[in-house]
Design a binder for this molecule. Structure first.
Ligand SMILES: NC(=O)c1ccc[n+]([C@@H]2O[C@H](COP(=O)([O-])OP(=O)(O)OC[C@H]3O[C@@H](n4cnc5c(N)ncnc54)[C@H](OP(=O)(O)O)[C@@H]3O)[C@@H](O)[C@H]2O)c1
Length: 330
């Protein structure tokens, strides 16, 4: 059936400026790491993209290695773009990344110019696009000079293959260095993509959030629901079909008794606020004003609807914040 996007799609979603760039991102973005590859239902993946766009999610986050097998999330999203979003390309922000293991041999991962340039070309082919909106170095490469990795990002922009560039999972010191190199090259590093959630605080301890502010960069945080732990999914243990039940990136062993107790205690605060736990967890990352967008993952359209509801209340009382801190402490 032909898809016609909801006319109401821009009515509720807040759009936040990425650092001091001209780009704005929706407060909630959708990531295609899990559940969009060839081993997942294509119809469900397509339904999730439609639901997201209908709710004002204009940003879809990908990487070369997403999907099982790697690359298939980009291929599937390319098909979805062709079938549903062909006439809406200019309403979309599509990102991809290179950094992790993608093809055999010495040129298939990390941060060399050879790998980044080839990987971006492969991603564009799979996506069926002339350019991505944001291209990221997916991880810091301790062996390649940062000048080379950032130089490749700059070249991709100059070749018209990426409009903006960013870095992912770089710590504060690495970010300062990357930002300085890119500034000198005349291609600003506009965005950083770290993990961040009530359960995952490395960006606070590392000083990354302050560094981003100092460098006028935006931030888009991944796994804001701690891969589903900050939802009502694991209140009573591990349900069938959940990410933890697959024992992949989220391990069965991550769902400890202590974790389940924390999840239940946080759920009580969420209920008192009139939110689902997923909504409160997203509101929490967005409430501090340091985060431009939170990238959620999803396995069902209903989860996206629930998550987008978070934007309706991102204010917290100091008592709520204190309670969350007490519960979240390891
Ligand atoms: N740059 C990087 O290195 C990096 C690394 C990881 C992720 N990312 C990006 O961040 C995106 C999100 O990561 P993530 O999938 O780990 O994020 P997440 O939002 O923390 O977790 C997503 C999972 O939470 C569950 N969920 C979502 N909404 C729910 C709801 N309302 N109620 C109940 N359960 C809900 C679903 O689990 P079930 O599947 O169990 O239903 C879903 O798959 C990725 O797709 C990717 O784009 C980037």
């Amino acid at each position: 059936m032909t898809y016609t996007p909801a006319l109401s799609r821009y009515n509720k979603m807040p759009y936040n400026r990425v650092g001091n760039s001209g780009l704005k991102l929706p407060a909630i973005s959708l990531g295609l790491w899990h559940n969009f590859g060839a081993s997942s239902s294509f119809d469900n993946a397509k339904a999730m993209c439609r639901t997201a766009f209908d709710l004002g999610i204009t940003h879809f986050d990908l990487a070369n290695n997403y999907g099982i097998p790697a690359g298939s999330a980009e291929s599937n999203f390319g098909k979805i773009l062709q079938q549903d979003f062909k006439n809406h390309r200019d309403e979309l922000i599509i990102s991809s990344k290179a950094g992790y293991d993608m093809w055999p041999g010495p040129y298939g991962e990390w941060g060399s110019r050879k790998y980044l340039m080839a990987s971006c070309d492969q991603s564009l082919k799979r996506l069926g696009l002339d350019y991505v909106d944001i291209f990221y170095s997916h991880r810091f490469d301790p062996e390649t000079p940062l000048e080379e990795t950032m130089g490749a990002l700059d070249t991709l922009v100059r070749q018209g293959k990426a409009l903006y560039v960013g870095i992912s999972s770089y710590n504060s010191e690495q970010t300062k260095h990357a930002a300085k190199i890119l500034k000198k090259l005349g291609t600003p590093c506009i965005i950083s993509q770290p993990s961040y959630s009530i359960f995952d605080r490395w960006v606070e301890n590392d000083g990354l959030l302050d560094t981003l502010k100092e460098n006028k960069m935006g931030s888009i945080v991944f796994s804001p629901l701690a891969q589903g732990m900050l939802t009502n999914k694991y209140l009573d243990g591990i349900p069938d079909g959940s990410r933890a039940s697959e024992n992949g990136f989220l391990k069965t062993s991550d769902i400890t008794q202590v974790r389940v107790a924390q999840i239940n205690a946080l759920n009580e605060i969420a209920q008192a606020r009139g939110q689902s736990l997923a909504q409160m967890a997203l509101a929490w990352v967005l409430s501090k004003g340091d985060v431009t967008s939170a990238i959620i993952g999803a396995s069902k359209t209903e989860q996206i609807v629930d998550c987008v509801g978070a934007t309706q209340n991102i204010q917290f009382t100091s008592q709520e914040l204190e309670k969350i801190e007490t519960i979240a402490k390891p």
